[in-house]
Design a protein around this ligand. Structure first.
Ligand code: UGA
Length: 440
């Protein structure tokens, strides 16, 4: 089928390249000429494992092209996917202006071309009721409107697209349903869940909010472990073995970040308010996570002996990205923690495998930060080493080498990646999430 994707950001690019892998003819549109130029050279402006190779395949099979000119591609198109951003507005709601502008543009082009058989699908995360708004905008052109939310995790996006737990399609008419089923038909093993557009839109928020809830919940239980001496690792493992609960997303840490959970949780809270529905649980998740992210810097400071002692100390921050396998630092707990430490006069030696460029931009106004790709370089002559991102390489760190190269002896493992016995065997003071704060 001929597919056009509007928005060549993270979701648009991954989806476009994966649709081409399924054999469709794809055009990805973006109004940033420079991005289109980069993509047309076969380069990828984001970091996502495996995507560059897949793009090369799609290009050699002539299944993908990139353009800034939407009008040139609508005439022969079967389905247009909107994959533009829905950033958080001041009141927490999702800003739909990019989505609605794109819908208006497609509507106008269809009217000009007298094209009546086009399906317009939202892939962007949009609040329940957005399809209805789009239908109003596009009622003269007769476009069919559908919803097809994405469940792609950064760093794992290709697998999430090709082997998803489910594909959700929200359709209010037969034509959209047939078109979307046809588009996904090459994924023969995959379960397609078909519903109406409203339900489909809300499934996306429910999924992200429930995952965020699991993380915030287990992080609070870890706080209880710290007071009582219960073992968080064994606890989350055993709890997750109950198939009704599931093991995933029960890893403790410095709080969730990224471009999705924080934004989507806030947008869902807003939807609740707009509809006068009390969503007290998700309200609590948001404030729990905000507090958790804030508390990490103070945890490090207290390991250094409090504010007065900490001033002038040097801390290695291992990991700046909001999670492993990405260069994305949006709402990253590591960035928030770094800013707070700098504010209290602590010098930072920061390290990340992919996110240094973005971090330098975000932290440009902060003094006293040096950057190193190599974690061992970052650790040199530091008083404390803090692990903030779950890059798998950190679990392989050579503790003897760390001990050798630090000037202090404190490790603050905020992702529980290291082996306690091993770290302590080097006479290092090991702080980790869930550690019993025995004050007796
Ligand atoms: C999330 C969802 O997982 C995707 O299904 C969804 O499509 C995407 O948002 C989106 O809405 O576009 P993503 O933001 O890429 O994906 O990252 P996750 O892997 O979900 O992690 C989010 C945050 O939670 C990270 O900061 C991560 O470190 C944290 N996390 C995750 C934990 O602290 N503990 C866990 O057990 C899992």
């Amino acid at each position: 089928m001929n597919i056009t994707i509007i928005g060549s950001g993270y979701v648009g690019l991954v989806s476009g390249i994966c649709f081409a892998r399924l054999g469709h003819n794809v055009t990805c549109i973006d109004n940033q000429e420079e991005k289109i130029h980069t993509l047309n050279k076969g380069e990828i402006p984001i970091f996502e494992p495996g995507l560059k190779e897949m793009l090369a395949d799609a290009r050699s099979n002539n299944l993908i092209s990139f353009s800034s000119d939407l009008s040139a591609h609508i005439a022969n198109c079967d389905a247009v996917f909107i994959a533009v951003g829905t950033p958080q507005d001041e009141d927490g709601s999702a800003d739909l202006s990019y989505v609605l502008t794109a819908a208006q543009e497609i509507n106008d082009l269809c009217l000009d071309l007298n094209k009546k058989d086009l399906i317009l699908v939202t892939k962007s995360t949009v609040p329940v009721g957005t399809a209805e708004k789009i239908k109003k905008i596009t009622k003269n052109s007769g476009l069919k409107i559908a919803s097809n939310p994405e469940f792609l995790r950064e760093g794992n996006a290709i697998e999430d697209f090709m082997k998803p737990d489910r594909v959700v399609i929200g359709c209010d008419d037969e034509l959209s349903s047939e078109a979307l089923r046809k588009i996904y038909s090459p994924l023969t093993e995959v379960r397609i869940v078909e519903t109406d557009t409203k339900t489909s839109e809300l499934i996306k928020y429910t999924s992200n909010a429930l995952l965020a809830t699991k993380i915030a919940f287990i992080n609070e239980i870890a706080n209880l472990c710290e007071k009582t001496g219960a073992n968080i690792k064994e606890l989350s493992k055993a709890t997750g073995l109950d198939s009704r609960i599931g093991e995933k997303f029960l890893n403790v840490g410095p709080g969730y970040g990224g471009s999705c959970f924080p934004k989507d949780v806030n947008a869902l809270i807003r939807t609740g308010k707009d509809n006068e529905v009390n969503l007290s649980i998700i309200d609590a998740v948001e404030s729990s996570n905000v507090n958790r992210k804030k508390s990490m810097a103070h945890r490090i400071i207290s390991q250094l002996g409090g504010l007065d002692q900490a001033k002038g100390k040097v801390v290695a921050i291992l990991g700046l990205a909001f999670k492993a396998n990405t260069d994305d630092i949006r709402y990253s707990p590591a960035i928030a923690t770094t800013k707070e430490l700098v504010k209290h006069g602590i010098a930072i030696r920061a390290s990340d495998f992919e996110a240094i460029k973005n971090s330098k931009r975000e932290l440009a106004n902060e003094d006293g930060i040096n950057y190193f790709v190599d974690p061992y370089k970052a650790i040199e002559n530091t008083d404390l080493v803090a692990i903030l991102t779950e890059w798998p390489q950190y679990s392989e760190l050579d503790i003897a080498r760390i001990k050798e190269s630090m000037r202090g002896n404190i490790i603050c493992d905020l992702r529980n990646m290291l082996n306690k016995q091993e770290v302590e065997s080097y006479q290092l003071q090991y702080d980790y999430i869930g550690k019993y704060q025995n004050n007796d």
